[in-house]
Design a protein around this ligand. Structure first.
Ligand code: SAM
Length: 261
């Protein structure tokens, strides 16, 4: 990644600002709406976006297309509903680092979240935005809209393996050909990191005012086999940099239909 900015627009405010400065301003923009959702919501959004490497990776890697139709399962406070438009605006204003892949953007966002308190925080921050909604309910029961991007970050371990498989099969059906599933999981084979992430997860669940339930995991190779069996082309990227966890981002693409078929 280089540290220069593309300056395709006269709006480019500071050509010497590097990717870190751009990321900080995206973080400020994406978290500002949470001020109206209360102190907890704002601090949580700042902490999560600031410390979890996956969000910056999703922006700089080109994994999410412009005009994406996003389904975010287990969305919590729906952070991506704010981060993606912030990225889109920065790119349009010429404030997108030239070393990053093309900026993502948002056409429509649907979040699915079990916990009413998180949905309330998400809705307060969305404040009636027409391009985003959050459905309150269980991912095992709610209908999924057709989409081209599904994001599931640190969620599937809350349901057992059979339910995980059922959710993934429904995700595959909801995705358009050429669409992508961005699935972060913990690798059970990296025992120490997996155990740490389980305990931190329990603590965060409890501080967010939720009941702590048992969790289910599997080794990375089993995740890849499961995704491939469902028809995805899947690759794994380490995604716990700067944390003690064993997190892996699985990039699972639903192949585009063969145009010659
Ligand atoms: C560790 S948090 C991750 C939140 C969000 N994906 C993020 O990365 O910021 C997991 C989320 O999944 C939600 N969740 C757990 N089980 C769920 C279910 N069966 N249906 C929908 N959401 C669920 C939890 O309430 C929680 O908000």
């Amino acid at each position: 990644m280089t540290s220069t900015l593309s300056s395709t627009s006269p709006d480019a405010p500071n050509p010497s600002a590097g990717p870190d400065a751009v990321w900080r301003s995206l973080l400020d923009q994406a978290t500002a709406p949470y001020r109206s959702a209360g102190r907890f919501a704002w601090h949580f959004a700042r902490g999560k976006l600031g410390r979890d490497p996956v969000f910056r990776h999703l922006l700089e890697s080109g994994l999410i297309r412009a005009q994406a139709q996003v389904l975010d399962i287990g969305c919590g406070q729906a952070l991506l509903a704010h981060l993606l438009p912030a990225a889109q605006q920065a790119a349009r204003a010429g404030r997108w680092p030239s070393g990053w892949a093309a900026a993502p953007g948002l056409a429509h966002y649907t979040g699915v979240e079990l916990m009413p308190r998180d949905v309330a925080r998400a809705e307060a921050a969305l404040a009636g935005r027409a391009d985003a909604r959050v459905l309150c309910g269980d991912m095992r029961a709610l209908a999924y809209p057709d989409c081209d991007t599904v994001v599931i970050l640190d969620v599937l371990h809350y349901v057992d393996l059979a339910d995980q498989d059922a959710v993934l099969a429904r995700v595959h059906r909801a995705l358009r050909p050429g669409g992508v599933l961005l699935l972060r999981i913990g690798d059970v084979d990296r025992r120490a990191g997996f155990v740490v992430s389980q305990w931190v997860d329990r603590l965060v669940t409890w501080t967010r005012g939720h009941r702590v339930s048992p969790t289910w995991g599997r080794p990375l190779r089993d995740w890849l086999t499961t995704l491939q069996r469902l028809g995805f082309e899947a690759e794994a990227r380490p995604m716990s940099q700067g944390t003690p966890f064993a997190n892996v981002l699985l990039v699972a693409r639903k192949p585009a239909e063969d145009a010659t078929a």
